[in-house]
Design a protein around this ligand. Structure first.
Ligand SMILES: *Cc1c(COP(=O)(O)O)cnc(C)c1O
Length: 455
């Protein structure tokens, strides 16, 4: 049965009632048995956020194999922006897989790869001519952006930021900041990667009134004195940091960085893997301050969970590589491209950019009300449907990992899935499907209130 649960002017269809329902302990008996099999069969190197097994998912609800309906404020790490199992995506995927599932774009090309690239070239910021490349994952897209930037500039160095996250392959581990769990024991890492300070307003040691100027001064000093600006191929930055704890740089910082890049012939690459596709109340987070990157890397929200990622950039940069210098067996798989075209359609028809700002208002207002009540919340930050709370020992800025773990666990027991983040492992982040109903989001916020009250 298809029902229409949303009061926002949307017509998204779901096949699970959009309500929280907890019918067993979490994990329930069936999930417990399955988790034992998980431990037996799968690598111990894998993590787990919520100890249940998913049976199906629809809209913003996960149904587990014990019959619990869990409010999903993770969306598969900011992937299911259009909600789970929307027919606009599902129907296109089924039609495509019945038609053909693979020919390899660099062997025998097909149209929907081109259509996804045309869409990306149109929606990525900037009036200049753009071209795109499709790959399988965010990390692979970041790797390709750097290959292309180095090839174009004929320079070796890449500049990245404290608290950044760019993936788990060898090069992207080098680009990622946090050692545990991402890098510990996995080196040696790729060379010619230089890390510079990130203006993290909540934890900035200097004068908060000159944070942008001071950060730019520290960064450019490091580039010019330690690397040589003429050796830098690219500066790579997440416009709002994801795994690092939803760190929002101060106003003016990204435009100043972009200007510096232009002055020095450095490619400005925005990693919009977590912030893209209507997540932050814009199609892309850089739009907040009118920043136009030379290259934009996308993944997560692009195809509602089918593996797809992209690099979109100035055509002279994207075309600087010799033919057959880029590619891969599965990159831009036609089934994933079909899903992406469904996602583009839903973002437009359901006005998900505006919807994201609306979700952000509910989330932000709710979280700020909690912060006023519970001094363990040191800061509320984020933008649109990408918001977080950073937890501290009350009266200080000392990270409070224990409180984070307790709140997350409490929420899980009551049927609400939230994710953690942060260099200091003390951030709870909220990445709901952007189609989540007001009622469901407010219900989740009342559970969160109880969770903080229980500390
Ligand atoms: C998740 C993420 C990546 C890596 O994407 P994968 O698809 O997991 O390889 C890169 N950058 C950012 C900002 C991310 O959030």
């Amino acid at each position: 049965m298809l029902i229409k649960p949303y009061n926002f002017p949307m017509t998204v269809m779901t096949n699970l009632p959009q309500e929280r329902r907890v019918v067993t302990a979490i994990p329930g008996p069936k999930s417990q048995a399955a988790l034992a099999r998980r431990t037996e069969a799968t690598s111990g190197g894998l993590g787990i956020a919520i100890p249940v097994m998913v049976e199906s998912a629809s809209g913003a609800i996960l149904l587990d194999i014990d019959g619990n309906q869990i409010i999903d404020l993770a969306a598969g790490i900011g992937v299911n922006n259009v909600g789970h199992s929307d027919p606009e995506v599902v129907d296109r995927v089924i039609a495509q897989i019945q038609n053909f599932s693979h020919s390899c774009f660099t062997v025998a090309p097909y149209l929907n790869y081109i259509e996804v690239c045309e869409k990306l070239n149109a929606v990525v910021p900037g009036a200049h001519k753009k071209k795109s490349l499709l790959v399988n994952s965010g990390a692979e897209a970041v790797e390709n952006a750097i290959k292309i930037a180095r090839h174009y500039t004929k320079r070796p160095a890449i500049v990245v930021f404290e608290h950044s996250y760019h993936g788990r392959t060898n090069l992207t581990m080098a680009l990622t900041a946090k050692n545990m769990p991402y890098k510990e024991g996995f080196g040696p890492f790729a060379p010619e990667v230089y890390r510079v300070p990130m203006p993290y307003p909540f934890r900035w040691i200097g004068d908060p009134s000159s944070i942008t100027e001071d950060a730019i001064e520290m960064i450019t000093h490091k580039i010019e004195k330690e690397i040589g600006a003429h050796n830098v191929a690219a500066i790579l930055i997440e416009p709002i940091q994801g795994e690092g704890g939803f760190v929002v740089p101060p106003k003016g910082f990204l435009p100043a960085l972009q200007k510096y890049c232009t002055d020095k012939g450095i490619i400005f690459i925005a990693d919009e893997v977590q912030t893209g596709f209507a997540r932050t109340g814009h199609m892309f987070a850089v739009e907040e301050e009118g920043v136009v990157p030379d290259m934009v890397v996308t993944a997560k929200g692009i195809a509602a969970g089918l593996p797809l990622a992209a690099v979109t950039g100035r055509s002279e940069i994207m075309d600087s590589v010799h033919a057959s210098g880029l590619g891969g067996t599965y990159g831009g798989n036609p089934v994933a491209c079909a899903a992406a075209l469904g996602v583009f359609e839903i973002i437009e028809s359901q006005k998900l950019v505006e919807r994201s700002a609306h979700v952000g208002k509910i989330l932000g207002d709710s979280l700020r009300a909690l912060a006023a009540k519970y001094p363990v919340i040191g800061e509320v930050r984020g933008r649109g449907a990408m918001q977080a709370v950073e937890l501290v020992i009350p009266g200080s800025k000392e990270p409070n990992t224990d409180a984070m773990n307790k709140v997350v666990k409490y929420c899980q027991q009551k049927g609400v899935l939230v994710l953690t983040a942060g260099t200091y492992s003390n951030v709870i982040r909220f990445l709901p499907p952007i189609v989540i109903s007001d009622e469901l989001l407010l219900d989740a916020m009342s559970v969160l209130d109880d969770a903080f009250a229980s500390l």
